[in-house]
Design a protein around this ligand. Structure first.
Ligand code: KG4
Ligand code: ZN
Length: 350
């Protein structure tokens, strides 16, 4: 079955066409067309995504991106579109576009959850032209770390979720973006903090900056990042003229704290749930350092757990993951989500 998928939940506008075969016990996805436009540079000066601007850009870019994949779209039998979670004005642009296209082409439209897309992107291998889903061992623990979300979700079997832990305040990516802004760096801050951290590590920087690791000893799998962010703010207020080295030290201490918390809470969740697979997804999963932290945890303490990481370029927001998630759900005979933007949609709640 060929699927055209649309993603507009945040600041990436994306449309893909996938040829999908198989089902949840094993599937192959061939990318027939893929067009993505990142608006990140336009939001840079706001320090985060500015919803009205995102909406305007999606409306402008969707027809252009469709044109780019149009040739591959003959024979599409289903249109998948992200309907939540995300910025509602942005989500609506994708939904309206998908509905109109569905009417013109006489093809059904299938509402899809963005976070399910991130989990699936962690479960497939291969890329960038073909992705494969192997036999997944359940239960799967999903670690979703992005600019809008930080949560641990247990999938006991396909499409059945239980919330294990979530952030009580900021998402981890949001903390990266805010700390970057304090350091005078533009959105998205994650990669820039990571680069500073790397520089400090490579030159064996010595400094005495240590930030708190919020909730690390608390008996729950919940996260909190706002206290860490505030600690960075106070530290910066005390430091006068920041040199490049100072920035590297702050970035290093911040990322060390964020990584340690993520690794510690994932450890706790793996112990509590007995998960067989750890599937990591969301923009922050692009962090090499966080990945290394999780790999070390698995190697040291959970050698029988399979660590599944987003393949190819699927770390960041994209429409390929939306098409894959929609196809798998559809192949299991499940209906799509209602075609209504749900900004705060959750895969599971407690
Ligand atoms: O999943 P995503 O593209 O969009 C959302 O759904 O939020 O995630 C974007 C987030 C941003 O906060 C960005 O700073 C963060 O992912 N990010 C990173 C890295 N690359 C992107 N955070 C830490 N390290 C990175 N290398
Ligand atoms: Zn995302």
């Amino acid at each position: 079955m060929n699927i055209l998928s649309i993603e507009t939940s945040c600041d990436e506008t994306a449309i893909s066409v996938l040829e999908c075969t198989g089902d949840t016990s094993g599937a192959t996805f061939t990318v027939l067309g893929d067009a993505l436009y990142s608006q990140a540079h336009l939001h840079a000066e706001y320090g985060g995504v500015f919803p009205t601007l995102a909406k305007r850009e999606h409306i402008k870019n969707l027809p252009t991106l469709l044109e780019q994949v149009r040739k591959a779209a003959d024979g599409v039998e289903l249109i998948a579109v992200t309907q939540g979670p995300g910025l509602e004005p942005a989500l609506w642009t994708g939904i309206e576009f998908a509905k109109k296209l569905g009417q013109e082409w006489g093809v059904p439209v299938y509402g899809t959850d963005h976070m399910e897309g991130h989990i699936v992107s962690g479960m497939v291998t291969g890329g960038p032209d073909t992705y494969a889903l192997g036999n997944i061992e359940f239960p799967v623990l999903g670690l979703l770390i992005s600019g809008g979300h930080t949560e641990l979700v247990l999938m006991k079997k396909w499409f059945e979720y239980e919330l294990i832990g979530k952030t009580k305040d900021d998402a981890v990516g949001e903390a990266f973006d805010k700390v970057a802004r304090m350091l005078g760096l533009e959105y998205p801050g994650g990669p820039k903090i990571e680069a500073l951290h790397k520089k400090a590590t490579e030159r064996n920087a010595t400094h005495d900056i240590v930030f708190p690791r919020p909730l690390i000893h608390e008996d729950s799998c919940d996260f909190s990042f706002s206290g860490l962010k505030t600690a960075v703010l106070y530290k910066l207020k005390k430091m006068e003229q920041l040199t490049e080295e100072d920035k590297e030290h702050v970035a290093q201490a911040f990322q060390d704290a964020a990584r340690d918390v993520i690794v510690a809470k994932t450890k706790k969740a793996l112990e509590e749930t007995g998960a067989r697979t750890l599937a990591v997804g969301g923009g922050v999963s692009a962090s090499r350092d966080i990945r290394r932290g999780l790999e070390e945890l698995i190697a040291a303490e959970f050698s029988d757990v399979h660590l599944a990481y987003p393949a190819g370029k699927l770390h960041l927001d994209n429409s390929i993951m939306i098409g894959m998630a929609a196809y798998l759900r559809h192949s299991a005979g499940l209906p799509g989500n209602e075609l209504k933007a749900e900004g705060a949609q959750r895969l599971a709640s407690r």
